[in-house]
Design a protein around this ligand. Structure first.
Ligand SMILES: *Cc1c(COP(=O)(O)O)cnc(C)c1O
Length: 395
């Protein structure tokens, strides 16, 4: 049914990509097998050479994984998708599929901590260098371009400050110089934002987050044109950062409820963000769905709502922020996000703890900052949980 692109997102999320076996199962089948059997030596030869389509070996082909890839591609409006073992594996695959020794990336200084680490400390060893620039200033991206720049890498809204990168403006700058644009669409998911529709070339996912949505498995994906994903597939086939069939099956089920989850979580987030903004112990709230967000208007042009991540600075520093965290009885103290269970994180000492203090300052991560990934609990219960710690802050 992926050939019928007129279906709405909620329909695609439930139906796209499914291929039934001869047994006529209603739910997607889980193919836990590492290899596939051929009818003859001749067929084996044809499958290996690519002359005949079909599954060979689960490092690069598995029907359950393919169903997940087709469903996510349909939701992103992408021609194709390659699933990977994690979000980081997806970023690595997208970069190594298209860049080589000597090439250069321009990326936002507000990227996810592990992505900054990957670019500065791992990819740099392969001779691929990165310049980090302001998420919100397209002229800084343009100024950072070198003759060897091959990729713009952005994530919007950013983690944890929810800064908005202007996808259309950055794509225009990049495409004028033949530079590819990759967007990490983890926070919005294709339900709230479709970067390919705005001109981006590749969409990256950490499926671990909202696509699973229930904190169970790791997974990732790269979506884009067939031409671009083909290179990602070649990398995956040989390098092997493959999504397991079991995880793909869990993710297929996660996608079925993605729209109702992310919409309900975003509605909760807006309510919580408004409450925090009016709170006397809160210095500042970062949420693109609030008119106080510096890029509220831009956010409205590219994402359907503010999403489900709310960050805020308490009046105080690390001690006061930790006090709020440690007084939570309901919110989970964990670095994961995108779960139905609300989570709270102190970025400066966790997700952004391994980057240098200078890089942290450049990314705007203060010691008083907390990030909440809002889940599906009652907002009143979340407020009561946060109030316990907030009320202890003096002044
Ligand atoms: C979590 C995350 C990643 C990495 O994904 P994993 O599945 O944990 O490898 C990448 N980008 C963003 C924005 C994330 O939140």
């Amino acid at each position: 049914m992926s050939e019928r692109p007129n279906y709405r997102p909620e329909t695609l999320a439930v139906r796209a990509g499914q291929e039934r076996s001869q047994f006529g199962e209603h739910s997607e089948a889980l193919y836990l097998t590492s290899s596939f059997v051929f009818k003859s030596a001749a067929q084996a030869a044809k499958r290996f050479s690519g002359e005949e389509e079909g599954n060979v070996y689960a490092r690069f082909s598995n029907p359950t994984v393919s169903m997940f890839e087709k469903r996510l591609a349909a939701l992103e409006g992408a021609e194709d998708c390659v699933a990977t073992a994690s979000g980081m594996a997806a970023i690595m695959a997208a970069v190594l599929a298209h860049l080589q020794n000597g090439d250069h990336i321009v990326a936002s200084s507000g990227l996810f901590g592990a992505t900054i680490n990957l670019f500065s400390n791992i990819l740099s060893r392969t001779g691929i260098s990165t310049s980090f620039v302001s998420q919100t200033d397209p002229s800084a991206w343009e100024a950072a371009i070198r003759p060897e720049t091959k990729l713009f890498f952005l994530e919007t809204p950013s983690n944890p400050l929810t800064e908005i990168a202007d996808i259309r403006a950055l794509t225009a700058v990049a495409h004028a110089r033949g530079i590819l644009v990759a967007v990490d669409n983890c926070f919005c998911t294709p339900i709230l934002q479709r970067p390919l529709d705005m001109g981006a070339d590749l969409v990256i996912h950490s499926a671990t987050k909202y696509l699973d949505g229930q904190g169970r498995v790791l997974g990732g994906a790269v979506c884009g044109s067939k031409k671009l994903t083909e290179e990602v597939f070649k990398y995956l086939r040989t390098a092997g950062p493959t999504l397991s069939a079991f995880n793909a099956w869990v993710l297929l089920k996660g996608l079925e409820t993605l729209k109702i989850r992310i919409e309900a979580q975003a509605a909760n987030a807006l309510q919580l963000a408004s409450w925090l903004e009016a709170h006397p112990k809160v210095a500042r709230v970062f949420y693109p769905g609030l008119p106080s967000h510096p890029q509220y208007e831009l956010a409205k042009t590219q994402q359907k709502s503010g999403g489900a991540i709310v960050s805020f600075e308490v009046k105080g520093a690390r001690e006061q922020a930790w006090q709020v965290v440690d007084n939570c009885q309901l919110l989970s103290i964990t670095a994961n996000l995108g779960d139905t269970k609300t989570t709270i994180t102190h970025p400066a000492s966790t997700t952004h703890g391994r980057i240098s203090p200078e890089a942290r300052a450049a990314a705007g991560i203060s010691d008083g900052l907390l990030r909440i990934a809002v889940g599906l609990e009652a907002v009143e219960d979340l407020q009561a949980d946060l109030e316990r710690g907030l009320s202890l802050i003096g002044g």
